[in-house]
Design a protein around this ligand. Structure first.
Ligand code: TRP
Length: 323
């Protein structure tokens, strides 16, 4: 029995943060033994918002590749590659654009929200989820590990696969989202951790930088000083304790009574978090010191990806009488 196929992707945002790690990367690492995996760095998608920042792209792509590898993605087990190195994504996207009604794209929730929020009005931005569909279907993937926010994109991917199959014959499986449960990772300000909010702790941060950030982290706003009773259930620092400190329950009562102050609570967390990331950071430093090795891995990943994507495109062109 051949392995089922997984495609996953992230934009080259630069340094990945704890939210990316807990919410996605860790899960990918866990899946790589059981599945044939393709892990993509989607630089073309990043152009939708950052078309005027392309000089930053080489570094941003490199840093994400380093984070993938430092987190434990094994290039022997999964193909790690850059989207723009595999032109088949673009060809399939173009063909899909001919069979996709514009209203299917206009009704994707992220389109209206983000086009207003970010002032994006390009043709490519409207087509963002269709390019994502091409990313997934060019590998004829069975599963896509994503967060809840991506479900409308997976639904569109399934609709496009169905429409193609009806028009030209069965080429594509209908891929399924693989949702993972994970603890929400709050940022320094207590909001969802996000690079764009500037509230993140990255995998690239040193243990000192991590300490400085955590010392500034918001806690229960009603607990101003030691002695004030705290509410761990609404405290972002406690949310991180739950993830990184297996003894977090021992802090619950002393925080609630006020006996434990936030400064001491944070000291414990800083130590636990830095311990949890120590191996990853050591691997990171090692990879940064060998950039050619990282680039070689991306080259080899793209070759493997191209092989699978090339096979799909032969089937597609045959089905469409374009061969
Ligand atoms: N839209 C995804 C995100 O913002 C990134 C992405 C692009 C992706 N292509 C993909 C995710 C294919 C999974 C599969 O996170």
């Amino acid at each position: 029995m051949s392995k089922k196929i997984i495609l996953s992707g992230m934009q080259p945002t630069g340094h990945l943060h704890l939210g990316n790690y807990e919410g996605a990367l860790k899960n990918w690492v866990a899946l790589q033994d059981e599945y044939e995996m393709y892990c993509c760095i989607v630089d073309w998608h990043a152009l939708t918002a950052d078309f005027d920042k392309t000089p930053e792209f080489p570094d941003r792509v490199f840093e994400v590749a380093v984070d993938y590898l430092a987190a434990g993605l094994d290039p022997e087990k999964c193909s790690i590659f850059v989207q723009s190195h595999v032109k088949e994504h673009a060809e399939l996207h173009l063909l899909f654009s001919m069979i996709t009604p514009i209203p299917w794209l206009e009704r994707v929730p992220s389109y209206k929200e983000k086009s207003l929020e970010l002032g994006l009005d390009s043709y490519g931005f409207l087509g963002y989820p269709l390019l994502q569909a091409a990313d997934i279907l060019v590998y004829r993937a069975d599963f896509v590990p994503v967060g809840k926010d991506q479900l409308p994109h997976i639904e569109l991917t399934r609709e496009v696969a169905r429409r193609f199959n009806t028009l030209y014959g069965n080429v594509f499986p209908e891929p399924e989202a693989k949702l993972t449960k994970f603890a929400a990772i709050p940022g320094i300000d207590g909001k969802k951790m996000s690079k764009s909010y500037g509230n993140d702790i990255t995998l690239a941060d040193s243990s000192e930088e991590t300490g400085v950030k955590l010392k500034k982290m918001f806690t229960d706003p009603q607990k101003l000083r030691r002695g004030d009773p705290g509410r761990p259930d609404i405290c972002p620092v406690y949310a991180l304790q739950k993830v990184y400190n297996s003894d977090h329950q021992a802090l619950f009562r002393p925080c609630s009574t006020g006996e434990l102050g936030c400064v001491d609570c944070k000291k414990v967390l800083i130590e636990r978090l830095n311990d949890a990331l120590a191996d990853l950071r050591a691997r990171r430093a090692e990879l940064i010191a060998h950039p050619d090795q990282v680039r070689g891995i991306l080259r080899q990943g793209a070759e493997r990806a191209r092989r699978r994507a090339g096979e799909t495109m032969i089937l597609v062109r045959e089905a469409m009488h374009l061969d």
